[in-house]
Design a binder for this molecule. Structure first.
Ligand code: IVH
Length: 709
């Protein structure tokens, strides 16, 4: 080895290490500039000395010529699939079978999340990655070596020395959920193919004949087993995973050894509860016998091992029929297409509606009445249509409605939400084609070059709005529902159905009407589902809600794009309602985080005399708590804990009132707590406060404390 070549191998080693620290360990040890400079040096060297180039050089991750087709290659050992179980009873049966077959009293299992990705096999020969194959039919797969090499977390050369001649690792290639979303939103913008889910995105990326495309996709890998190997390995899965990890191959940190079947059940429950927070999709956990000797003793049946099973999570998807498409009108007037479905159970919940988001989504999926659709419901997320299975004889294409569903004959206004100049020529062409379907091209031509409505590029190209503002009952309903919702006025007992009922009965039309409901209590008592008690409770809740912070009031108005953070900023900047209602554009955009779009939404809102007067009138009905910074008073720096419920205040209101006076509100009692504020039905906190000798106040004391403070 001469001096030149030793520098070359040093470069290969260094860049490989930097890559591992960056991609696998999430712990970068080199600056971008240093990395780039070494990489340039490496490329230069390989250009000058092509004879020295090694297969595991980091430069070999990209830059291959596109293939004409993938070659098929036999697996040296079949890649098996897994049997499924679905509940605790199945798990007990699985365990019983293992105990019986092994004549054992106890079994140790190795448990892993079941990743929803693509199974691949990686072959390392003398420590160098030489082959990457898809699972295919289990006996042979496609040779995707050059695509596998683009995956940054997969080492091209294993860490260490004295590797077995052959060592095959099997595992799952997948794509993180947020990377998948980024990929799709880019694809939407450029008119490329949009993937239905992360698994399809991973599969599509691995199946590219041009590995440059694969290299632009953020694929990841977790090992979940081994194939052939020419040297003795540790005796169980737990140890093999440690070994694999030591070689620099990624394994899932959530894998766990379980010493009993109860531990396996707890593992399943634990992973299920974390599922929503994970950044990759999983559809269950895999339970495997830990010992290889025990695995061998059990063998396999119909291409699945007897020694492992997939304990599946309840399904998040179901197929059903699309019965109709309707339009929901939000408080801002924007129409959202909603799919009405033949009711179907997903994970124990009956789903009969599902969102189609916007008209771009309808363009993309082309759902038609009578088609079958695949619905996905993940956690708290609103069920959505992810795929359409066209019916044999199809109904007509869905086109945007001409009037608002409020059926008052209100014309729909197509708001072209874009700043023309930010799109490149190709995108402009695509937008024009899109709009021509709705005869909006002329509108666009006329307005080209002027700022129409400024929105982020990632928003849908067009949205439909009802032009009727206060005259659209659907919009009014949306506004009122938002006004009383939890993060706004938080009126207990006033859910969506009650709001709808009161509108129907003519008791509610605007915000002020809510605070006049007490004058209709005789009527309300007679409504279905109401009685003297519940009516009284509702009126009480409305009275309590009258104590409201300025920021919550602003949020409750439902001004377009004015969320909680903006409301807070506005409440701080304008000390009373009149000041905000007559604010200038300039004074609004001077506030941090308020841009021209939000400022003009605020101006538009108060330019409407009705809305302005309604807001000012609320100021005289409500007890608005304005933010004031207090530095020096009796409550300043005191730590309060609140427990139980209060007659005249909401808990959040008390918190705001105390904080305004410089106090802190904490959720648990400790020695540091200065006072506990007790309402009706306090929990264990009262007893704890008494043991710790913390001062206890009740609701009556609170009024005094607040007026003193
Ligand atoms: S073990 C013989 N472990 O699930 C055992 N598979 O239905 C073979 N999968 O084709 C696989 N995560 O693609 C195993 N932690 C995991 C897994 C896993 C996902 C996939 C794999 C396999 C399929 C079997």
């Amino acid at each position: 080895m001469n001096k030149n070549s030793s520098r070359y191998f040093e470069l290969v080693e260094m860049i490989t290490l930097y890559n591992k620290k960056y991609y696998v360990d999430d712990d970068p040890i080199a600056s971008d500039a240093e990395y780039d400079s070494l990489f340039r040096e490496l490329l230069q060297f390989e250009e000058d000395h092509p004879d020295l180039l090694v297969d595991h050089s980091p430069s070999q991750r990209v830059g291959f010529h596109p293939l004409k087709e993938f070659k098929s290659k036999a697996h040296s050992k079949p890649m098996l699939s897994l049997s499924n179980i679905f509940n605790q009873e199945d798990l007990t049966d699985f365990h019983e079978r293992q105990l019986k077959a092994l004549e054992a009293k106890n079994i140790t299992y190795f448990c892993e999340p079941k990743i929803d990705g693509i199974a691949v096999s990686l072959l390392y020969e003398k420590g160098i990655l030489t082959h990457g194959l898809t699972r295919g039919d289990g006996f042979s797969g496609e040779d995707i070596t050059q695509n596998i090499k683009t995956i940054n977390t997969i080492p091209l050369k294993l860490i260490g020395q004295n590797f077995p001649d052959q060592f095959e690792v099997r595992g799952e290639v997948f794509i993180d959920i947020n990377d998948f979303e980024k990929l799709n939103s880019e694809a939407k913008k450029t008119g490329d193919k949009v993937f239905a889910n992360p698994r399809n995105a991973a599969a599509g990326s691995l199946r590219q004949l041009d590995s440059k495309i694969t290299s632009s996709r953020p694929l990841k890998f977790f090992a979940h087993g081994i194939g052939i190997h020419s040297q003795g390995l540790p005796q169980n899965l737990e140890k093999v995973f440690e070994y694999i990890q030591g070689l620099g191959i990624p394994t899932n940190p959530l894998n766990q050894l379980c010493n009993s079947i109860n531990e396996c059940q707890s593992y399943y429950e634990d992973i299920l509860s974390r599922r929503e927070k994970l950044n990759y999709e999983i559809d269950g956990v895999v339970i495997k016998l830990n010992s290889f000797a025990e695995q061998e003793a059990l063998g396999e049946i119909s291409r699945s091992p007897r020694w492992a099973t997939a304990y599946k999570f309840p399904s998040e998807e179901a197929r059903t029929t699309l019965e109709s498409i309707e339009y929901q009108v939000g408080r801002t007037g924007t129409l959202t297409p909603v799919a009405r479905l033949k009711p179907v159970s997903i994970g124990g919940v009956t789903v009969s509606n599902s969102t189609l988001h916007n008209f771009d989504e309808i363009e993309r999926l082309d759902p038609r009445v009578g088609d079958d659709v695949l619905i996905k419901r993940a956690g708290d997320v609103i069920p959505k249509v992810v795929k359409v299975f066209p019916a044999k004889s199809r109904q007509h294409k869905i086109t945007p409605p001409e009037t608002c569903p409020c059926k008052l004959g209100m014309p729909i206004q197509q708001s072209v939400s874009l700043v023309w100049e930010i799109y490149d020529q190709e995108q402009q062409k695509r937008i024009k084609t899109f709009l021509s379907k709705y005869e909006a091209n002329e509108f666009l031509d006329k307005n080209k070059g002027s700022s129409l409505e400024i929105i982020e590029k990632s928003e849908p190209l067009s949205s439909y709005k009802c032009t009727g503002n206060r005259s659209c009952p659907e919009r009014i309903r949306g506004k009122l529902i938002h006004f009383v919702s939890r993060r706004a006025f938080d009126i207990e007992g006033m859910g969506n159905e009650i709001v709808k009922l009161f509108i129907e009965k003519g008791l509610l039309e605007n915000f002020n009407d809510i605070f006049n409901l007490s004058s209709h209590s005789e009527t309300i008592k007679e409504f279905d589902g109401f009685g003297t008690k519940s009516c009284h409770k509702l009126i009480q809740a409305i009275e309590v809600a009258k104590n409201i912070s300025f920021e919550r009031l602003l949020y409750a108005l439902g001004i377009d794009e004015v969320g909680e953070a903006t409301s807070k900023a506005l409440a701080r900047a304008f000390e009373y309602p009149e000041a905000l209602a007559s604010a200038s554009f300039k004074s609004l955009i001077e506030i941090e985080d308020i841009g021209p779009k939000v400022a003009s939404n605020i101006l538009d809102y108060f330019a409407d005399d009705f809305q302005k007067n309604e807001f000012l009138n609320l100021g005289s009905i409500l007890n608005i708590i304005f933010p004031k910074t207090v530095t020096n008073n009796a409550l300043s720096g005191q730590i309060f804990v609140i427990t139980g419920s209060f007659e005249s205040y909401g808990r959040d209101e008390i918190k705001a009132l105390l904080e305004q006076r410089g106090a802190k509100v904490s959720s648990s009692i400790s020695k540091k707590t200065n006072a506990l504020l007790v309402g009706a039905n306090p929990g264990s906190k009262l007893a704890k406060a008494e043991t710790l000798g913390v001062t206890v106040y009740n609701e009556k004391n609170l009024a005094k404390l607040l007026s003193d403070g």
